[in-house]
Design a protein around this ligand. Structure first.
Ligand code: ADP
Ligand code: MG
Length: 577
């Protein structure tokens, strides 16, 4: 409990000007809630002692009407303020979380699954907001309620009776809380199962097309059902656990009631208290039940909320391995890039994917990278995006290690067209402008032209303003590729990287793009990963990647003179035509 409130302390400190009046309101409401029972007792005694006058009767009636009205008004103000604070906290937690996610590197995203990251900012965050509002309220309200009730019982009726009837309650409560404490671990398991289920749903929705295409609906649904069943089962475990131990409290409560009645009657006979007082007293014993149960429920919910806070916090505490230092240097252009003995291993792999890579690129060169699937081409060129740190050797830009430059600056040098396109639910032109939000119309037209996307526009219903469906469903594969290329080109980057980005375009279109690149990107660097040799035959240097290493290098004509993968593949490609 300390944990959760200390982790949210910053919010209470920021908002104390709201929380202080809320606290006063809450305490007043809690006190007012106890007064009608007291008034009732007074009325009964007045009636029994035959002292009822018009004046005392009207006072009692006015009191009985005014109290609930006041309580209602105060509650209204209080609830408004509390909901407002709850919303505010949700907003802050969520935006901090998102801000943080944007600073994280690829290793982080390999560590945490999407569904998990989402459940931490939905489910877990709701738990935290509830803790800072409803739970805190319940603790304060019920605690003051209990204290006031005991004070009224003791001070205005009888301490003796109070002690006799309520000492047994804390004992029951302690047992209850000890048992519930155990429940915490089941809750944690439940959270994990829930996150897994979310992940499965996400996967199915994202892969719906493939599921349909391979008529995998039944199998996929079975997978979902299993996940749902596991979720329900783990939840049922928790509920059963509660059901077993909650009724225990009612038994203890019954004993307490009995003691109040029996001993109270004895005190009336002894003339220590009046009938009205016993009625007030017994009502208070009755009124204690709810706050005590609520308090103990809150304590068990706080366990959940603590888990939520920890889960949220785990993400917020994560630091990216790839990050800027205070001494990071700016960079806006370069003359030369050197890979020196670069080795790279993905965080959760044992073996490196690329090994002992050595090469140099000079400004203005076009580089071709070819090789079998899985040989590490994408991994190699993506090193320039600083997604991960290299695991061996290093990359130098103008003789300075790449890690010493500002990450954003290095990424700004590069226009990267990934192998898998990511299109957003925005119009085509806005999808392109992501590459450079400040681009002018001429820049847009030029990028579209170089990417050979011009000819597609007339086929789109609203031209460049056509909305792109989710995951790019309204465009063909080749169109998506060209749109992605245009997005990189509108940035007019120092280094353009096409990662197998011409695979879905026909040979003529490919030739157009290659020609355009030659014409419009003079003096700039292009790195082209390709399957078709036609895309790279004019490159200044071509690297052949095999099993994570560069096994051949040279120009097209040089490589054709060597025995090896390049020549073999080339012969195969032309004979297939
Ligand atoms: P290519 O682009 O030549 O097809 P990749 O660079 O994509 O090759 O992949 C090289 C190897 O690295 C493959 O064995 C692939 O399975 C592995 N790999 C790619 N991405 C990851 C990743 N994020 N985590 C772990 N292994 C990966
Ligand atoms: Mg690849």
């Amino acid at each position: 409990m300390k944990n959760i409130f200390s982790k949210l302390k910053w919010f209470f400190v920021e908002e104390w000007k709201k929380y202080v009046p809320m606290l006063f309101l809450l305490i007043s409401i809690s006190f007012i809630a106890l007064l009608p029972a007291k008034l009732l007792g007074l009325s009964i005694d007045t009636i029994i002692s035959k002292q009822l006058t018009v004046k005392s009767l009207s006072l009692l009636v006015v009191g009985l009407i005014l109290l609930p009205v006041t309580r209602y008004l105060l509650s209204m103000i209080y609830n408004y303020m509390m909901n407002y604070e709850g919303q505010k906290l949700t907003y802050k937690l969520r935006s901090n979380y998102l801000d943080h996610l944007f600073t994280m590197d690829s290793k982080f995203y390999e560590t945490y699954k999407k569904g998990d990251l989402i459940s931490r900012v939905t489910n877990d965050m709701d738990g935290m907001t509830t803790a800072a509002t409803a739970m805190l309220e319940s603790i304060i309200f019920n605690f003051t309620n209990i204290v006031f009730a005991i004070l009224i019982m003791g001070l205005t009726i009888s301490w003796e009776l109070t002690l006799v009837s309520i000492t047994i309650m804390p004992i029951g409560l302690t047992i209850l809380n000890m048992v519930r404490y155990q429940k915490r671990k089941y809750t944690k398991i439940h959270r994990e199962i829930y996150a897994e289920m979310t992940e499965k749903v996400l996967e199915s929705v994202e892969g719906m097309r493939v599921v349909h295409a391979y008529v995998q609906e039944e199998e996929d649904l079975n997978k979902q059902y299993k996940a749902i069943e596991r979720d329900i089962e783990s939840w049922r475990y928790i509920v059963n656990y509660e059901n077993w131990f909650n009724p225990l409290f009612e038994v203890i409560y019954g004993i307490s009631y009995f003691l109040a009645f029996a001993y109270g009657t004895y005190l009336i006979i002894r003339q220590s208290i009046t009938v009205g007082e016993l009625i007030t007293f017994v009502s208070y014993v009755g009124m204690l039940m709810n706050p005590i149960i609520s308090m103990s429920t809150v304590f068990s919910q706080i366990n959940n909320a603590t888990i939520s806070v920890d889960r949220y916090d785990e993400i917020m505490q994560a630091t990216p391995e790839v990050h800027d230092e205070s001494f990071s240097k700016p960079i806006i252009d370069f003359n030369r890039i050197d890979f020196k003995n670069v080795t790279f291993k993905y965080p959760f792999d044992k073996q490196p994917v690329i090994k002992n890579i050595d090469f140099s690129i000079e400004l203005g060169q076009t580089i071709g990278v070819v090789g079998p699937t899985g040989s590490g081409k994408s991994t190699l060129i993506r090193q320039l995006l600083r997604e991960f740190n290299v695991t061996g050797g290093n990359i130098f830009i103008d003789e300075i290690p790449i890690q010493e430059y500002k990450i954003e600056d290095v990424r700004n040098l590069v226009g990267y067209v990934p192998q898998e396109h990511m299109l957003f639910r925005k119009p085509v032109n806005e999808n392109i402008m992501i590459g450079n939000p400040n681009a002018r119309n001429e820049d847009l037209d030029k990028a579209v032209k170089i990417a050979d996307f011009e000819k597609d526009i007339i086929y789109l219903t609203d031209g460049l303003k056509t909305m792109v469906g989710e995951a790019g469903s309204t465009l063909s594969g080749g169109q998506k590729q060209r749109l992605s290329i245009a997005r990189a080109l509108i940035k007019d980057p120092q280094i353009l990287i096409l990662d197998d980005s011409l695979s879905a375009v026909d040979a003529t279109t490919e030739q157009n793009i290659v020609e355009h690149l030659k014409e419009f990107r003079q003096g700039k660097t292009n790195i082209i990963v390709a399957h078709r040799f036609s895309a790279i035959r004019e490159a200044d240097q071509i690297f052949v990647m095999e099993k994570g290493m560069i096994t051949q290098r040279g120009t097209h004509s040089e490589l054709l003179k060597q025995e090896g993968w390049y020549k073999n593949q080339y012969i195969q490609q032309i004979t297939m035509k």
